[in-house]
Design a protein around this ligand. Sequence first.
Ligand SMILES: [Zn+2]
Length: 245
Amino acid sequence: MLDENLPLRGVLHCHCGNLLSGAPSRGRHGGWYYYYKCKSPGHNNISAKKAHEQFLEACELMSLTANEVKVLKEKAVEGVERHHAEEQRMLKEKKAQLDNLQEKLFAVEETWINDQISKDTYERWCSNYNGEINSLNVEILRLGKQETHLFKLLDRNLSLATDIRGLFEKADTVAKQEFVNLRFDRNLYYEKGIYRTPTMFDILSRNHLKMSEKCLLIFEKKKGFPIGNPFGWSRRDSNPRPNMV
Ligand SMILES: [Zn+2]
């Protein structure tokens, strides 16, 4: 159950490992207050307003500088270009295979016209070749598409990384939860008034000392966590989508 007033419900953990639940509560003057709470007595019971402000401040410190974004973009473009070159190579190969098959098909037709094979044999060969030709055509079509879309996505996603706070604020609840799960590898928890995580991408965590100084978030690094690019997506994904928005 999603509630836009409680975007961290279901993704933020208590220090004991439980996911925090959240609920509204009526205040003294009739207004509603929201809070996050662990089901174990004596554990977290925190004001959602405070938790959100704290999280947004941490987001602000995760934002990249324009120059960092530029470097990331260059790297990513390199990757896309390499991928593109590989696809072009495959495209050429498939087209050559297609030409070859078409020639074979003509040859079979010719043999049939010259009465050198039976109608049955002719039809069997034709259907074999046509099957292969069809699947090659599908492959060729697939390889021919894609790239411009990838470039646009890449550009948009990386440009947004200069304002992670704004990005988070504008996102809907589903995207906010995806953000938390992805950026912290489902390991964001709360203890003694501060967010904590053992897993955070390097590129987002370079201000982590400032984050802990300001009592926002403590990054207790876990060994072996991949440092990869949190703004990327899987190449194998036939329908690439940004991780955010
Ligand atoms: Zn707890």
